[in-house]
Structures are given as structure tokens and as C-alpha cells.
Design a protein around this ligand. Structure first.
Ligand code: GAR
Length: 188
């Protein structure tokens, strides 16, 4: 069995899509969700799916010994960021070299980097009158949104789109592709 830990700070709709995708799998299990926010929507979504969640405040993400202990105890094979908004410290990146991935709601390298997350990305894409946006799944390194790209998929930006309409279209791409990319990384 390959074990995943999902890291999420917000609503957790990607965490839910991933958890549902693997819920009957004999080979991949979502072992836990780790968050930095006690009241994030991801906790109730995971409760409904009987997946344990753990909250560590930001200062613990900054010196993550306890977090590393937990990941070790859970025998984690892959760390999956899904709307996680804390920096991943070098000690975690070293311990899980090439085994931490992130999803970003744009076609990187466009609209990435510090401050570019969630609705900020979609606002910037619309303000720049882009006709295309999409998703990027990439390895996590010490550079924000800078790791090697594993997968990208695109969608149209349609005239009149608001950031929330575009976010919905991008989310659909995320739900379709993120679980499959995770599966390929773990099982190939
Ligand atoms: C997702 O669209 C994800 O790509 C984005 O946050 C959203 C989380 O939604 N991540 C980033 O912007 C990271 N830079 P969710 O909590 O419903 O899965």
C-alpha cells in the first residue's frame, strides 16, 4: 500500500476529489490530511470520508520536527499539496526529495510565485485578458512554484468570465487530472 498525506489550508475540494478517487483502491491510501488552519473546510470534508486530519499552526510548519515525525509514523510515500498556503521547509523537502507535489491553478511559469494563489491567480489572468488558463502539477522545491513540471492541462478563458467562474472551470480540470497524476507517480 502506498500512503499519501495531503496538505491543505482551505476548502479542500481537491483533497475530497483525491480521497474519493482512492477510497476503494487496494494500492493507494490517503492516510491523513495535514493543515495549518483549524477551521478550514477540508476538515469537515475529510470527517465525512473518515480520513484523519491534523492541524499544526504556522510556527510548527516553520520548524517542522513534529510534522516530520508524524509523516514518518504514517509511512508516507507522497506528500500532495492541495491549496496549501505555508512554505514547505527545506528539512521536509530534503526528507521527501522528489516526493512532494503541488497543484497550481495557472499555466506556470505564468501567474506563479509569492502572492499568486487561488482567486489572486484568476483575477490576474482575467486582468491580463488571457484567452487560456489551466493547471500545473509540479514537484515542490525551495523556490515557490519553481519545481519541475509534471503535468499541465489548459482551458479557455471566455469573455465575461469572473474570477469565480474561471476558478470553477480550473477546479474541474484539477479534479479530473490530479488524482490520475498521483496514481501514475505512485504506481509506475
Ligand atoms: C486550488 O485551485 C489550487 O490549485 C490552488 O488553491 C485551490 C484550492 O482549492 N492552489 C494554489 O493557488 C497554490 N498556489 P481547494 O481547497 O478547494 O482544493
Amino acid at each position: 500500500m502506498k500512503n499519501i498525506a495531503i496538505l491543505a489550508s482551505g476548502d479542500g475540494s481537491n483533497a475530497e476529489a483525491i480521497a474519493k478517487y482512492f477510497c476503494n483502491s487496494d494500492s493507494v491510501k490517503v492516510a491523513a490530511v495535514l493543515s495549518n488552519k483549524e477551521n478550514a473546510g477540508v476538515h469537515s470534508r475529510m470527517k465525512a470520508l473518515e480520513i484523519p486530519t491534523f492541524t499544526f499552526p504556522r510556527n510548527e510548519w516553520n520548524s517542522p520536527d513534529e510534522i516530520l515525525d508524524l509523516l514518518n509514523r504514517l509511512d508516507i510515500d507522497l506528500i500532495v499539496l492541495a491549496g496549501f498556503l505555508c512554505m514547505i521547509q527545506p528539512s521536509i523537502i530534503e526528507a521527501y526529495a522528489s516526493r512532494i507535489i503541488n497543484i497550481h491553478p495557472s499555466l506556470l511559469p505564468k501567474y506563479g510565485g509569492t502572492g499568486m494563489w487561488g482567486h489572486h491567480v484568476h483575477e490576474a489572468v482575467i486582468a491580463a485578458q488571457e484567452t487560456e488558463s489551466g493547471i500545473t502539477i509540479h514537484h515542490v522545491t525551495n523556490e515557490v512554484d519553481g519545481g519541475e513540471i509534471i503535468f499541465q492541462a489548459s482551458c479557455k478563458v471566455i469573455e465575461g468570465d469572473t474570477p469565480s467562474i474561471l476558478a470553477q472551470r480550473v477546479h474541474e480540470l484539477e479534479y479530473t487530472h490530479y488524482p490520475k497524476v498521483i496514481e501514475q507517480l505512485l504506481l509506475n
